[in-house]
Design a protein around this ligand. Sequence first.
Ligand code: FE2
Length: 416
Amino acid sequence: MRFKFILIFATLLLINGCQKTEETIDIIPQRIVLNISESPTTSIGLTWMTRDAVSLSQVQIAEATVWTQFLDSLKTYDATSSEFITDKKEQIFNHALLLTNLLPDTKYVYRVGGDSIWSEWIQFKTAKIENEPFEFTFFGDPQNNNKDHVSRVFRQAFKHSPNSEFWLFSGDIISEPEDTQISEFFFAGNPFFSFVPLALAPGNHDRAYETENGEIVRNEKGKKQRLDVIDKYWNSSFTLPENGLPGFEETSYYFDYQGVRIIMINSNNEDMLDEQAVWLDEVLQNNKNNWSIVSFHHPIYSAGRERDDDETRDIFMPVFDKHNVDLVLTGHDHAYARSYKLKNGKRVNINELGTVYVVSVSGPKMYSVNSIYNDIMAKTGGEVQLFQVIRFENNKMIYNAYTASGELYDSFELNK
Ligand SMILES: [Fe+2]
C-alpha cells in the first residue's frame, strides 16, 4: 500500500515536471535573427519567435568584454511583440527591435527574452565608418529540404568565411510560406543567423497564397495560386530596412557597407518593376561608395530550363549600364551562371566599365542548365549546391564560389 502511494506520487511529480518543461520550451526564444539595417555602423535589427505569449519581450545589450564584466553595464530595451497565425492556424509570437545609437566598429554582446527565459549571450560587431576590407557570403535559392540539404551548405560557408560581415540571400528561402518550412530554414541557419546579420530579397516562393473565404485558391491543375505580394511571414520573421519605395518595406532597400552600396530589390511584381527602376536609378545616382552591388530574385540572363527573364533585363539592365553596377546577384533558375563583364548585353574587356551577372543556387532543387547565353557566360553549371564569398580590398573585389563540399568552383577579380 505504502509502495503504491509512493509510486502514484512519483508519477504525478513526473507529469507535472513534463508540463513545466513544455511550457518552458514554448517561451524559449527561437529563430533569433540579426538583420542588416540601413546604417550598419550604428544600428542592427533583431527578431525572434516564441511559441507562447510572453508578458515581457526585451533585449539586453552591452559592449563585449573578455570576461563577464559586461554584465555590469547592460542596457535593457523593450521589443515589440505581435501575434502570428500560421498556415496550420497555430498562434505564435514574433518579437522585433531595431537597436540604434550603437558605436561603429564595436563588438556587442546581447540576449533576447524578457520573462524568466532568456537566450544565451550572443556577440556581433558593427561596421566600420572607413572603407576597410571586408567580405560577405551570398546564397542563391535554398528553398527546398532546408534541414536535410541546406544545413551543410551553411556550415561549410561558415567554415570558409567565419568573418563574413553578413549573409545575403536573393530569395526563395523556402518553397511554400508554411511554418514547417520556415522552421527548417531557421534550423539550417542556427546558430549562424543569430550572430551573422542577414540581408534578404524575396523570391516568387516567398509570395502569399491567394485565398477565398479562408481557403487557398487552386488552379485547374490543383496548383496553389499566389498573389504578387510577399507573404506576411517575411515581415514577421525579419526586421529589414524600410528605405525603399512605399509598399516595399523590408523587401526593397539599400545599405552601405565599408565602401560598397548594396541594393536589394523585390522583383516579384512585374507591374512595379518600372517604378522600382526609377528608384534604383536614384539610389545609384546618389552612391558615393567605390562599389555597387544589386541583388534580386529573377535573373537578367537565365541559367536554367528554357527560361528567359526579359522583364528584369529590359527594365533594370539600362540602369545597371548607366551606373556601371559592378555585380548583380540573382537566383531563381536552380543552376549556376556567371557572365563575363558586360555592357549593353555585350562582352567587354575586364578593365572596361561594365557589370558581371551571377545566378546561383544553394539548395538541392536543380533545373537543366540553359545554353541560350553561353556566349556571354564565363562559367555555367548544374547539379551543384553553392555559396559565394565576395571580398573587397581597397580597389579590388575578389569573388569565389564554393561547392557544398568545399571545393573552389568559380573565381574572378575586379579591379578599379
Ligand atoms: Fe524562384
